[in-house]
Design a protein around this ligand. Structure first.
Ligand code: SAM
Length: 244
């Protein structure tokens, strides 16, 4: 059926490609991809050959109208190199314009590193804020961290190994020394989650930048300390002295 299909792909373990994702990819007239070599590997894995067209930040404005035009009569799929399109990856303008043009937009959900990291971290998941990548410049990074310091939610950041220690130190400075988890290589052979305070994690990785792909999950701020029972007794005693 014609339209735009947003297809999530594995973040490391090819076994995570859903049967529905494989079916949609095998029937797409064209697959918009970040990197043709990466998606070619995935298609090979499922024994499928389909036309691909690169769609990334540098050519999106030019390619988007062509993809929108085709969606009226053909199935156009969008994938990222890994995980869910639109999540720290291109696609939201394509979805917006496909909708505006009246085309069907269908999602085939699946792996997403941010959600997978939350399932490993052992930190509260009732409220979380996805922050994507922090700016790499020190001042911009500190400003971004300051903006979210008061938010009562678990925070989720994408990071790279070389920047990890500096990121953790900046988080400790801006948020206070909260509990956190560094999750790495999720669904791959060396999947791990290392937990600790932000400062202890910063120290751990300072001289040993880890390899691979990383998601940092940070606990929410402590709730404001409730007035202690002693405080409540004192306040009550004081109030009683003023009763007639
Ligand atoms: N769209 C993707 C998703 O749904 O997760 C994310 C794309 S973003 C450009 C890539 C970043 O996601 C990496 O730098 C890393 O922070 C995170 N990531 C992707 N795969 C991962 C994995 N297997 N383990 C840990 N982090 C991963």
């Amino acid at each position: 059926t014609p339209g735009l299909y947003i297809v999530a792909t594995p973040i490391g373990n090819l076994g995570d490609l859903s049967p529905r994702a494989a079916e949609v990819l095998s029937q797409a007239a064209v697959i918009a991809v970040e990197d043709t070599r990466v998606t070619a590997g995935l298609l090979r894995h499922i024994g499928v050959k389909r036309p691909m067209t690169p769609y990334h930040d540098h050519n999106a404005a030019h390619v988007r109208p062509q993809l929108i035009a085709r969606m009226g009569t053909e199935a156009v799929a969008l994938v990222s190199d890994a995980g869910t399109p639109l999540i720290s990856d291109p696609g939201f303008k394509l979805v917006r314009e496909a909708r505006a043009a009246g085309h069907a937009v269908v999602t085939i959900p699946g792996p997403c590193a941010a959600v997978a990291a939350l399932t490993l971290a052992g930190l509260p998941t009732d409220r979380f804020l996805f922050m994507g990548f922090l700016p790499s410049k020190e001042q911009a990074r500190a400003e971004t961290i300051a903006e979210v310091a008061a938010i009562r939610a678990t925070l989720v950041f994408y990071e790279s190994g070389p920047r990890l220690a500096a990121c953790l130190a900046a988080l400790a400075a801006g948020l206070g020394d909260r509990e956190a988890a560094v999750t790495r290589e999720i669904t791959k052979k060396f999947e791990e989650a290392v937990t600790g305070t932000l400062s202890s994690l910063a120290a751990r990785y300072a001289d040993a930048p880890p390899k691979g792909e990383i998601v940092v999950v940070v606990a929410p701020p402590d709730p404001p300390a409730p007035a202690s029972a002693a405080d409540a007794d004192a306040a009550l005693a004081e109030a009683l002295t003023r009763l007639p």
